[in-house]
Design a protein around this ligand. Sequence first.
Ligand SMILES: O=c1ccn([C@@H]2O[C@H](COP(=O)(O)OP(=O)(O)O[C@H]3O[C@H](CO)[C@@H](O)[C@H](O)[C@H]3O)[C@@H](O)[C@H]2O)c(=O)[nH]1
Ligand SMILES: [Mn+2]
Length: 735
Amino acid sequence: MGSNGYLPLFATRPARGLVLFRSYASSIFIGICFICFYRVSYCPVEGKIERWAWIGMFLAELWFSFYFFITAVVRWNPVYRNTFKDRLSSRYDEEGLPGVDIFVCTADPRIEPPIMVINTVLSVMGYDYPTEKLSVYLSDDGGSDLTFYALLEATRFSLIWLPFCRKLKVDTRSPEVYFSSAVEPADDSVMAEEWLSVKKSYEDLKMRIETITEQGRTPVGISELHEGFRDWDFVSSRHDHQAILQILIDGRDPKAMDVEGKPLPTLVYLAREKRPQHHHNFKAGALNALIRVSSSISNAPFILNVDCDMYSNNSEAIKDALCFFLDEEKGHEIGYVQYPQSFGNLTKNDIYGSSLRVVMEVELAGFDGNGGPCYIGTGCVHRRETLCGMKYSKEFKVEWRAMKNVREIKESASVLEENCKALASCTYEENTQWGKEIGLKYGCPVEDILAGISIQSRGWRSVYFLPERKPFLGVVPTTLLQSLVQHKRWSDGDLQIFLSKHCPFVYGREWMPLMLRLSYCIYLLWAVNCLASLYYVTVPSFCLLKGISLFPKISSSWPLPFLYVITVNCAYGLVEFVWCGGTVRGWLNEQRMWMFRRTTSYLFAFIDNILKLCGVSKTAFVITGKVADDHVYQRYEQEIMEFGTTSPMFTILATLALFNLFSFIGVIKKVALDEVLTKVIDLFGLQILLCFLLVFLNLPIYQGLFFRNDNGKMPPSVTYQSLTFFVLACTIAMY
Ligand SMILES: O=c1ccn([C@@H]2O[C@H](COP(=O)(O)OP(=O)(O)O[C@H]3O[C@H](CO)[C@@H](O)[C@H](O)[C@H]3O)[C@@H](O)[C@H]2O)c(=O)[nH]1
Ligand SMILES: [Mn+2]
């Protein structure tokens, strides 16, 4: 109970097992001290290469130690939350609850199929919340009539889908997911009949949408169905068109009802204006247009924002979020409530390590304990003012109950549409603070993290909420390249923030606690990891070929701190991973992916940032693929690594893998031939072990290069390229 008998709407509790974690972290710290002591006192005095290689090892280890320190900071004090929705309902009747605007963003109908987009839209229309208080906005950066057509179909389907969900208390409100797993109610024949008929309607709708998507354009007959299609007569391409805005369901209209006579949520389609001479600023630009347009249409005080692949899987999520905002004691401090990202298309052992399990279950809870989670772009409820750039102040308290936001009909929907189009034009933002001080900031491929830092630096608190039932389920990349490219964008944008004036250590000094600023480093410095990692996967193997020892002799007691730090760290990581619901193989896969990312994604992101600092390269946003062809998808399900195309990233991976294999075979031969076997082991034991681990993690690459025949194998050109680089590297190593 809070002070003066007030019952709060949410509770916060610390994580368990903190003592255990802290003792583990301290013991690793001691191990690290020993390693440093060893590196300093045993630095070779003879031989130039030996000396430099040694110093490099030391620097790499210092970097890893620094990173260990950051991961420990993040985990130092995690908190978990729970909400009391019953108290919310008893304090606020339906009338008194605030409005919520929901933004769904899509960008390309080929990468993000319209059927997927409308499933997300339908799922968020179905929130368990007074429907007249909900407004759903779809932003279509693809400016596609296919997506528009699908949304029209969804509008019609929502009339039967929403009452159906209420009646059956469906929790998964994406029809696609629901009908692919649920079975019809057996005990009630009337219900069963309705169930089958809704299912049939969905299947028909899906077939129509997919056929038209495949054809690539809406046939003439269908275009006549809705006057909205006329707008496309003026669209020359997706990069060059006027603003298109259609209010498909006008929630203010008393006739907007579902088949049971219940009001429908407002539904709006928006394709903001695009002109080749104006930069559209990717998702940040889309969100800013949505903020303005929605403020004229529904102007709800809270905004939930989801990616088009992130359907709602928990119909209570809005009420949960409001438990934080409407809490009378602490609610006014909270700028946003972040939900975890979870994924629906993961395989058992998650071959590309995309589940972000540990990030979602442990690290963001750690951020919350240190001052508030970062904003991760999707599944987040913001206060409208915080998104728009307002600073926190103690006086900022809204009496929600007094604010009965009845929507008055001022102008007709068509007048409203015309007025709003101006807000979504290319020139609207010229000579304004939009993209700088108002709305989401431009110029960064991870607009989400940047927006989170800005909000937190303006004094707002944020909250992380991990409900029992996953609130949103999205789609992870299904090929290696897509996954690496996604991480390239993330690490690239993150480093860009670190090097800019928005770096939390500069920008957030006033409001962000030190622990939170340090926590941000865990992501913002991802890209920099490439240096130490590349060093660690090349130089020890290179020195193995040259016969230079870089680790302590096995016969001494110095290997102990090394072995302790490595094994205990791995064991901790494994336990944490399994505790978060992963498998042992899943953990191994993730270790492999960390290595791959560090040597490719992060390297490219690092180089890109240097080029950007020199003014050479520009920010880009490569949209993550969300569909794959059948064969590719089959291999994904069988957890076979997908190469299949050429990419410099693959060339790097293959070259490194070959080089390590060569060193490993070389040393094994030496051990086998040499009579002084024990001497080799003594000198090179740890180095051989490292090399072995690298070869082991690289196994799928050797397979892809030499032992596979399917279309997902490494393309011959990559094989030749990497063989050439490899021979070059070996020649340098040998002579
Ligand atoms: O010009 C653009 C580009 C993208 N998007 C949308 O942005 C979302 C995220 O794009 P996606 O390619 O799926 O990126 P992910 O890497 O999966 O997304 C994560 O990382 C992004 C930042 O890099 C955040 O914006 C996302 O919310 C977060 O889920 C999708 O709905 C896109 O439709 C746009 O609306 N306009
Ligand atoms: Mn995505």
